[in-house]
Design a protein around this ligand. Sequence first.
Ligand code: G3P
Length: 216
Amino acid sequence: MRIFLDTANIDQIRHAAKLGIISGVTTNPTLVAREEAVDFKAAILEICSLVPGPVSAEVLSLEPEGMIEEARQLSSWAPNIVVKIPVSEAGLEAVSVLSRENIKTNLTLCFSVNQALLGALVGATYVSPFVGRLDDIGHQGMEVVAEAVEIFHHYALSTQVIAASLRHPLHIIAAAKAGAHIATVPYNVLMQMIRHPLTDIGITRFAEDWKKVAKK
Ligand code: G3P
């Protein structure tokens, strides 16, 4: 399973990229709006320069024509741009046109296996089930990931499943066990994945013990 960073924060992306962990980034309008830099194009271009892998940037239009036009624009900005499009009739129509133009797409706001399957059938490069938001309303969000992975495998569909809206480290383990191709992870969760108190205690103790030997 590959790990993408789910943020538009440049410092977080720079740090995670330096660690060598992430192979892509996903943004959405909420994440971009949270940052001070309001120049959307400049922000996306900077992210694309920091991460060699796929960078998802979302369209804002609600009609297929507008989505397609925006997607063509976005995909011309950098070779690693993936156009994020919400699941809807308009979104599916747009993805089916864009896939024939070899424009990479990420079908987002996906909350059911049926939506994921339709995304694969219209040629989406990725589909993004929102696990945390389903958990929030009492559903098993990760089941959508697991079932989509199983169905895509069954029919040899090339669409990859991005487990999205992940909120804590256990979500990442569950995504990996469910066979998600990618987990897109918030920065704070990525840091939680790295840290363990026993590791910190162990590092301190090794250093102290070594100092004692070095003094002899
Ligand atoms: O990847 C989707 C993500 O940005 C949404 O997360 O926490 O707003 O449900 P959340």
